[in-house]
Design a protein around this ligand. Structure first.
Ligand code: HC1
Ligand code: SF4
Length: 560
């Protein structure tokens, strides 16, 4: 270990530590911009400078290695002046449109400016005038707001293995762009939105559909139904000052009613339906030893990544539509029939933690199912605009019919959840026994073996696309032992989705996931096939999983 002194306090750290890590161990906060705890080090913005008291040199603390006997001042006047200057230089080229900016209130550059007491910029900088890329379908890039921290480039390459973004040009002209500067919609981007979650400013944000949804809500000829994704239950509170992982299901229902939605339903209901369809599809494949490994397809970022990189394995994807799309299809068929509402007048809005769901909605195989997708952040904006006091709302119930859900559905929102939910149903159906705990961890690649009806079923879970690629390479090479593979494009699953509240970190995502696990363990029905509304849906309408009617409404084949 190494001992150093920071602001007069001694600290011991291992020799690989950086000065920033040593300071944080002491509880000393040094502002950062290009640094992100989940990504490699960059050291370019120099907002984290500190002074080495012995040499008087300024060090970028996020990349500076610790030395024995080092004496660091994080707040010497030299360090503070340098930090301010570095931020002012960023501000000199930055647009001055904070008031109308998507990230007003959640911008890291704005926060640091405030915290450092910068009230005016001393330099006259040249502003860039680069075009906005809103080619969609999920993300908007505004290069003029980019501070070149490279967090988006790193997350896309290191965590997702996509490398859709890169630095181009040099000096003042340096920008982050797609390869050949193509529109985002024309490159291999998975639309996962991880770049938006790490972007400190509004250089990358979701394409907003808020105006469309207001228009639908104000249109009396439309019957507007809303569905909320499983993970929102433990994340939406963060937008209103409630701790991450706090379950706000009842407040969500209440706020959606205040916004004027005609029916407040839950994607969880359709997650149970997905399990019924996909679980039986897996049973058929497993018994017939065909199209194995079975690979989940509920995550649209993953499906797009597979189309670009593992096209030869597309037949291994489940044909089951995602819960979001299943919900929408059921709302315009079964629900319309049961309530005698003209399906043409039904407008379905999905509240998703995910930017890729906007892409899923527009896919040619699924177009017409869902009418609008709002991220968690967009819904929060609407709630705020209406002046609804979310934090103090009384809990309300979801509406009946498409609102009932189980613990199995809730855990879809965190990696491993889909597998666990599917195996709870598959195992009971095949051997009549209940599934024990799978004990799958939260990160990287996780695997387990479950005995079902005397046979071993090997399952694997990939967190993030770079990990998915590792598993799929083995499948392609014929070396994979897995029968069932779950892929979620975002590390830690939908709790870490590209549309979730900001800021986000591993620690926050862990709390969100725990919130979902707490719902599952709270005494509600825990198995999809026991959801009474699902049982009724099959009795009344679909007859049985994989029936002709089910296939028509709930399955698809991705074409690309
Ligand atoms: Fe997800 Fe899913 S779990 S993909 O992560 O299968 O977005 O939350 O709604 O569709 O149910 C997202 C979450 C979500 C679908 C479900
Ligand atoms: Fe990369 Fe995902 Fe951003 Fe696309 S959305 S650029 S895949 S991080």
């Amino acid at each position: 270990t190494i001992t150093l002194t920071i602001d007069g306090q001694q600290v011991e750290v291992n020799q690989e530590a950086t000065v920033l890590e040593a300071a944080r161990k002491l509880g000393i906060e040094i502002p950062t911009l290009c640094y992100h705890p989940d990504l490699s080090l960059h050291g370019s913005c120099r907002v984290c400078v500190v002074e080495d008291e012995k040499s008087g040199r300024l060090l970028a603390s996020c990349v500076a290695p610790v030395n024995d006997g080092m004496e660091i001042s994080t707040n010497s006047s030299k360090a503070r002046r340098a930090r301010k200057t570095n931020v002012e230089l960023l501000l000199a080229n930055h647009p001055n449109d904070c008031l109308g900016c998507d990230r007003n209130g959640s911008c890291e550059l704005q926060d640091i400016t405030h915290d450092l007491g910068i009230t005016k910029v001393s330099f006259e900088g040249e502003k860039r005038d680069l075009p906005v890329d809103a080619s969609g379908p999920s993300l908007k890039r505004e290069p003029n707001k980019c501070i070149l921290c490279g967090r988006c480039v790193r997350v896309c390459e290191e965590v997702q293995g996509v490398s859709a973004l890169e630095f181009t040009e040099r000096g003042f002209n340096s920008i982050v762009s797609t390869g050949f500067d193509l529109p985002q919609s024309e490159v291999n981007c998975a639309n996962c939105g991880q770049c938006a979650t790490v972007c400190p400013t509004a250089a990358i944000t979701e394409i907003s559909e808020i105006d469309k949804v207001w228009a639908a809500l104000e249109d009396d000829s439309k019957h507007v139904v809303v569905q909320t994704a499983p993970s929102i239950q433990s994340t939406m509170g963060e937008e209103f000052g409630i701790k991450a992982g706090t379950i706000v299901t009842g407040k969500l229902a209440a706020s959606l009613r205040r916004l004027g939605f005609d029916r407040v339903f839950s994607t969880d209901f359709a997650a149970d339906l997905t399990i019924m369809e996909e679980g039986n599809e897996f049973i058929q494949r497993f018994k017939g030893n065909k199209q194995l490994p079975h690979i989940t397809s509920c995550c649209p970022g993953w499906v797009k990544f597979c189309e670009h990189n593992y096209h030869d394995l597309m037949d291994n994807l489940s044909s089951a539509k995602s819960p979001m799309s299943m919900f929408s299809a059921i709302s315009k068929s079964y629900y319309a029939e049961q309530t005698d509402i003209d399906p043409e007048s039904i407008y379905t809005v999905a509240i998703m933690p995910c930017t890729a769901k906007k892409f899923e909605k527009d896919r040619e195989e699924l177009v017409g199912d869902t009418d609008a997708v709002l991220t968690t952040r967009e819904l929060a904006r609407m709630i705020k605009e209406m002046g609804i006091q979310f934090a103090t709302l009384e809990n309300e119930e979801y509406d009946e019919m498409l609102g009932a859900h189980t613990g199995a559905a809730t855990i879809f929102g965190t990696t491993g959840g889909v597998t666990e939910a599917a195996l709870r149903t598959v195992k009971e159906e095949l051997d009549g026994e209940a599934l024990g705990r799978l004990g799958l961890g939260f990160e990287g690649i996780q695997e387990a073996t479950v005995e079902i009806d005397g046979q071993e079923v090997n399952v694997a879970i990939a967190n993030g696309l770079a990990n998915a690629a590792k598993i799929l390479d083995e499948v392609r090479a014929g070396n994979s032992k897995y029968h069932f593979i779950e892929v979620m494009a975002c590390p830690n699953g939908c709790v870490g989705g590209g549309g979730q509240p900001l800021p986000t970190s591993k620690e926050i995502k862990q709390k969100r996931a725990q919130g979902l696990r707490n719902i599952d363990e709270s005494g509600i029905i825990r198995k999809s096939h026991k959801n009474p509304m699902i049982i009724k849906l099959y009795e009344d309408y679909l007859h049985e999983p994989l029936s002709g009617h089910s296939h028509h409404l709930l399955h698809t084949k991705y074409q690309k």
